[in-house]
Ligand binder design. Structure first.
Ligand SMILES: [Cu+2]
Length: 129
């Protein structure tokens, strides 16, 4: 390897690094997107709300995607008969965040909530059939 070639490689590396940091913005987590095979998509939207008051999904393993389009942190918890469904909680800490996980639900009526204090407004019905 000649010195000239290695200098050129070094410079190309610098350009790549500065291009990356230019769009990084600092604290943003790696970009996540809503998977195409999601069985339930819920969005947290402006003024501390879900994007709908009623959702539906197919019984069994449901891939749930939770997208935050609001400016504060939101969670998504599934409640059945007043009790939170164990081992499932999606967290979308900031605008643009998407959290995805699967949950197994039998047919029935559930409630979706955000359990961040002060977010009692965030309540919706999930009908699984
Ligand atoms: Cu919330």
């Amino acid at each position: 390897m000649t010195p000239r070639l290695s200098m050129r490689t070094f410079f190309a590396g610098l350009v790549a690094i500065s291009a990356l940091s230019a769009c990084g913005g600092g604290t943003a987590a790696p970009a996540q997107t809503i998977p195409g095979d999601a069985g339930l998509i819920v969005k947290a939207v402006k003024t501390i709300r879900f994007d709908a008051s009623e959702y539906s999904a197919k019984a069994g393993d449901i891939k749930v995607a939770y997208s935050n389009e609001d400016s504060v942190r939101h969670t998504l918890v599934v409640v059945k008969d007043g009790i939170k469904v164990a081992n499932f909680k999606l967290v979308a800490p900031q605008k643009g965040a998407v959290d995805v996980a699967s949950i197994n639900l039998a047919a029935g009526s559930y409630t979706l909530i955000c359990d961040v204090p002060g977010h009692q407004n965030m309540k919706a019905t999930l009908t699984v059939s």
